[in-house]
Write a protein that binds this ligand. Sequence first.
Ligand code: CU
Length: 277
Amino acid sequence: MPSFTALLSLAALATTVLGHGHVRRIVANGVTYPGYERWSNADQSNTVSWQFSTEDEGPISVASLNSPDIICSQNAVNAPASIPIAAGSQLQVVRFNTIGGYEHPGPEIHYLASCGDAGCSQVDKHGLQFFKFYESGLVQGGVADSPQWNSQKWATTEVHKSVQPEGDGFVDTYTVTIPQNIRPGSYVLRHEVLGLHKAHEGQAEFYPQCINLEISGSGNELPQGIPATELYHSSDPGVAINIWGDLQYYQIPGPAVAGFSAKRGLGSKRHARDIQH
Ligand SMILES: [Cu+2]
């Protein structure tokens, strides 16, 4: 007789066939950190990405843009562990999906929010103030030549050109650089991709996931953020859009990318002198 857990994983297979994707792991400084796995029975006390409850790893819908589910995905719960990382260095966010022909044409967007003294394993997600520090949307304008995406090119379709098979699915790898001048401390990295394939039907798909970071460094900048429930609205030009034509311009939704001073010390002095001229 099959065990209860075996039945559960059968159910998982049935539901994840329609799956859309989740963060499987993060690689920083040559170390691999496990992400939360919705259907794993393994010990997950060392995961660095926040729990979510979507059974098919599906998106947050446009109807939920101003609900707490947009913060860190559906019914998100703090991850127990954090990734130690130096400001200015890179990490790789590896997204898993079960469908090889996975198509979510759209932008990739990254935010940070300070967890403050509470730390990211304890912080109340409703109080997190997110600032955007990286975004990439329409990389090249053109016609929506699905499934090649060689005319109309998106951040996600370009990443997907390097897709790798893995287990019963595929992985796409996003590279993120942590701002050099950010103040050290605990932060939630809000990694997000959007799928705009059904945006013309009011069904843009949002895939936010949160990852705990412990950032080290000597920076002192902490840009002003806003609650994730205020980032987007259904009427935003980058949300209410039809991409199935010749698209030449795309306005990435959400606030502007936060400004960081490029370089401290000598660089900023030189800049000050230039301004005086
Ligand atoms: Cu999807």
